[in-house]
Design a protein around this ligand. Structure first.
Ligand code: SF4
Ligand code: SF4
Length: 257
């Protein structure tokens, strides 16, 4: 069974104070990334613990599987605390904030996710000085999409995805068979490819990413949020991964006994 209780951070609200990372003693967060809260070991989270969420000064933490009616202390008595649009993350505060998020299925074996991650790291660090000079405050974080719940919370449609203030930097999604993610799930899985000038890339170039990020900043799309549905392809991936994990032997393999 996949873990059904762990924190999910709303990056558009998070102020990166680091309180949650400091609070947790169970290794759920990657301490080396503090103060940025990166959930790396959701399985370590203690059922029904709200320890980090109770400390968050802005109510940016929710819990997958939480049916307790818990309300983050920072949001109590503030029914309209959030000023975000439904999914695009545009705010009514007019702040020059840019939040870049990298969403992926796997950073251990998937060539596309790993390759895109490396290119994106370079592009973000190259763009950062210019954007800060232009008066923007830039934050950058990564999120592994472990489960259908995390996928739903990001309205995740394809791996990998890069968001700028909640908006996919690419307008269209094209996919092809991904052997790496297929191996993880034990089923056929399609992952994203990137098209540019009539060519298709499994890993986008720096030029493609820089151009798409800047367009998303200077010409954001109008929000077109509709009802979200997890694509069949991703349903297959998560179901296959869960089945594989359930059939694994105690030694950590699926075929030793
Ligand atoms: S809920 Fe508790 S165990 Fe889970 S990440 Fe937060 S502090 Fe750690
Ligand atoms: S406590 Fe809240 S604001 Fe601070 S880093 Fe964690 S999620 Fe972000």
């Amino acid at each position: 069974m996949a873990k059904k209780w762990y924190p999910v951070i709303d990056i558009l609200t998070c102020q990166e104070c680091g309180s949650c990372v400091a609070k947790c003693t169970h290794g759920v967060y990657d301490k080396s990334k503090a103060p940025v809260p990166m959930v790396v070991n959701p399985d370590n989270c203690i059922d029904h613990c709200h320890g980090c969420g109770n400390l968050c000064p802005v109510g940016a933490i929710a819990y997958v599987g939480d049916d307790t009616g818990w309300i983050a202390p920072a949001l109590q008595n503030q029914p309209q605390a959030k000023e975000e649009c439904c999914c695009c993350g545009s705010t009514s505060k007019g702040k020059k904030e840019i939040k870049i998020e990298y969403l992926y299925l796997d950073l251990k074996t998937c060539d596309r996710c790993v390759g895109t991650d490396a290119v994106l790291d370079e592009v973000v660090e190259a763009l950062r000085p210019a954007l800060e000079l232009a008066g923007y405050q830039l934050s950058y974080r990564k999120q592994e999409v472990y489960t259908v719940e995390i996928a739903a919370s990001y309205r995740f449609l394809s791996s990998p995805t890069i968001l700028v203030n909640g908006q996919d930097i690419f307008d269209t999604i094209t996919e092809s068979d991904c052997g790496c993610c297929g191996d993880i799930a034990g089923v056929q899985v399609d992952c994203r490819v990137f098209e540019h000038d009539g060519k298709t890339y499994e890993v986008p170039t720096g030029e493609m990413l820089a151009d798409a990020i800047l367009k998303a900043i200077y010409h954001p799309n109008v929000c077109t949020c509709g009802e979200y549905q997890l694509p069949e392809n991703l349903k297959r991936f998560f179901a296959g991964k869960e089945k594989k994990a359930a059939s694994s032997c105690c030694c950590g393999t699926s075929n030793c006994c």
